[in-house]
Design a protein around this ligand. Sequence first.
Ligand code: 5GP
Ligand code: ZN
Length: 113
Amino acid sequence: MDCIFCQIVAGQAPATILYQDEQVTAFKDIHPVAPTHLLIVPNKHIASVNEIVPEDEPAMGQLFTVAKSLAEQTGIHENGYRLIVNTGAHGNQIVYHLHMHLIGGQRMRHPIG
Ligand code: 5GP
Ligand code: ZN
Protein backbone atom coordinates (compact mmCIF):
# COMPACT_ATOMS: atom_id res chain seq x y z
CA MET A 1 0.00 0.00 0.00
CA ASP A 2 1.97 2.99 -1.23
CA CYS A 3 -0.86 5.55 -1.02
CA ILE A 4 -0.28 7.99 1.85
CA PHE A 5 -3.99 8.67 2.34
CA CYS A 6 -4.78 4.93 2.45
CA GLN A 7 -2.10 4.66 5.14
CA ILE A 8 -3.67 7.54 7.12
CA VAL A 9 -7.14 5.94 6.81
CA ALA A 10 -5.69 2.64 8.11
CA GLY A 11 -3.89 4.35 11.00
CA GLN A 12 -0.52 3.34 9.55
CA ALA A 13 0.72 6.90 8.96
CA PRO A 14 0.43 9.83 11.39
CA ALA A 15 -2.26 12.46 10.94
CA THR A 16 -4.52 14.60 13.10
CA ILE A 17 -7.81 12.83 12.42
CA LEU A 18 -10.91 14.87 13.27
CA TYR A 19 -13.54 12.42 12.06
CA GLN A 20 -13.77 8.84 10.84
CA ASP A 21 -16.60 6.43 10.06
CA GLU A 22 -17.08 3.40 7.81
CA GLN A 23 -16.97 5.49 4.65
CA VAL A 24 -14.86 8.61 5.11
CA THR A 25 -11.97 10.04 7.12
CA ALA A 26 -11.15 13.72 7.81
CA PHE A 27 -7.75 14.99 8.93
CA LYS A 28 -5.68 18.18 9.00
CA ASP A 29 -3.70 19.07 5.89
CA ILE A 30 0.01 18.86 6.62
CA HIS A 31 0.68 22.19 4.84
CA PRO A 32 -2.32 24.41 5.68
CA VAL A 33 -2.97 27.33 3.33
CA ALA A 34 -5.48 28.98 5.70
CA PRO A 35 -6.30 28.89 9.44
CA THR A 36 -8.62 25.93 8.77
CA HIS A 37 -7.45 23.43 6.18
CA LEU A 38 -8.86 19.91 6.43
CA LEU A 39 -8.96 17.01 3.98
CA ILE A 40 -11.94 14.66 3.75
CA VAL A 41 -11.32 11.39 1.89
CA PRO A 42 -13.28 8.23 1.09
CA ASN A 43 -11.81 5.28 3.00
CA LYS A 44 -11.86 3.33 -0.26
CA HIS A 45 -8.99 4.15 -2.60
CA ILE A 46 -10.44 6.17 -5.49
CA ALA A 47 -7.59 7.80 -7.41
CA SER A 48 -9.53 10.85 -8.59
CA VAL A 49 -12.96 12.05 -9.66
CA ASN A 50 -12.22 10.34 -12.99
CA GLU A 51 -12.38 6.94 -11.25
CA ILE A 52 -15.71 7.44 -9.42
CA VAL A 53 -18.31 4.73 -10.13
CA PRO A 54 -22.04 4.93 -9.31
CA GLU A 55 -21.56 2.71 -6.22
CA ASP A 56 -19.38 5.46 -4.74
CA GLU A 57 -22.28 7.93 -4.55
CA PRO A 58 -23.04 7.42 -0.82
CA ALA A 59 -19.40 8.06 0.11
CA MET A 60 -19.21 11.06 -2.22
CA GLY A 61 -22.31 12.53 -0.63
CA GLN A 62 -20.84 11.89 2.81
CA LEU A 63 -17.83 14.08 1.93
CA PHE A 64 -20.22 17.04 1.83
CA THR A 65 -22.10 16.05 4.99
CA VAL A 66 -18.86 15.72 6.93
CA ALA A 67 -17.54 18.98 5.44
CA LYS A 68 -20.64 20.75 6.73
CA SER A 69 -20.24 19.25 10.22
CA LEU A 70 -16.54 20.11 10.41
CA ALA A 71 -17.22 23.66 9.21
CA GLU A 72 -19.63 24.00 12.14
CA GLN A 73 -17.22 22.38 14.60
CA THR A 74 -14.34 24.65 13.59
CA GLY A 75 -16.58 27.74 13.67
CA ILE A 76 -16.11 28.78 10.04
CA HIS A 77 -19.61 27.93 8.81
CA GLU A 78 -21.10 31.40 9.28
CA ASN A 79 -18.37 33.36 7.49
CA GLY A 80 -18.08 30.70 4.81
CA TYR A 81 -15.39 28.51 3.35
CA ARG A 82 -14.21 26.83 0.17
CA LEU A 83 -14.50 23.15 -0.82
CA ILE A 84 -12.05 22.05 -3.52
CA VAL A 85 -11.51 18.73 -5.31
CA ASN A 86 -8.45 19.02 -7.54
CA THR A 87 -8.45 16.54 -10.42
CA GLY A 88 -5.61 15.51 -12.72
CA ALA A 89 -2.71 17.51 -14.08
CA HIS A 90 -4.61 20.67 -14.98
CA GLY A 91 -6.31 20.54 -11.59
CA ASN A 92 -2.89 20.40 -9.89
CA GLN A 93 -3.82 17.16 -8.13
CA ILE A 94 -0.77 15.98 -6.17
CA VAL A 95 -2.12 13.05 -4.14
CA TYR A 96 -3.99 10.52 -6.25
CA HIS A 97 -6.48 9.44 -3.58
CA LEU A 98 -9.61 11.53 -4.07
CA HIS A 99 -9.92 14.20 -1.38
CA MET A 100 -12.02 17.26 -0.64
CA HIS A 101 -10.21 20.31 0.78
CA LEU A 102 -12.17 22.25 3.42
CA ILE A 103 -10.48 25.65 3.62
CA GLY A 104 -11.57 28.63 5.69
CA GLY A 105 -10.88 31.05 8.49
CA GLN A 106 -9.94 33.83 6.11
CA ARG A 107 -11.37 35.44 3.00
CA MET A 108 -10.52 33.30 -0.05
CA ARG A 109 -8.74 34.86 -2.99
CA HIS A 110 -10.85 35.59 -6.05
CA PRO A 111 -11.05 34.62 -8.84
CA ILE A 112 -10.02 30.98 -8.71
CA GLY A 113 -8.64 29.23 -11.77
P1 5GP B 1 -3.95 18.10 -4.05
O1 5GP B 1 -3.64 16.66 -4.45
O2 5GP B 1 -5.41 18.38 -3.98
O3 5GP B 1 -3.23 19.10 -4.91
O4 5GP B 1 -3.37 18.37 -2.61
C1 5GP B 1 -2.90 17.35 -1.76
C2 5GP B 1 -2.88 17.91 -0.35
O5 5GP B 1 -2.46 16.87 0.52
C3 5GP B 1 -1.93 19.08 -0.15
O6 5GP B 1 -2.65 20.19 0.40
C4 5GP B 1 -0.88 18.54 0.83
O7 5GP B 1 -0.43 19.52 1.76
C5 5GP B 1 -1.61 17.40 1.51
N1 5GP B 1 -0.75 16.31 1.94
C6 5GP B 1 0.19 15.68 1.18
N2 5GP B 1 0.79 14.70 1.88
C7 5GP B 1 0.20 14.70 3.12
C8 5GP B 1 0.39 13.91 4.29
O8 5GP B 1 1.22 13.01 4.36
N3 5GP B 1 -0.40 14.18 5.36
C9 5GP B 1 -1.34 15.19 5.32
N4 5GP B 1 -2.06 15.38 6.45
N5 5GP B 1 -1.55 15.96 4.24
C10 5GP B 1 -0.78 15.72 3.15
ZN1 ZN C 1 -5.38 5.62 -1.34
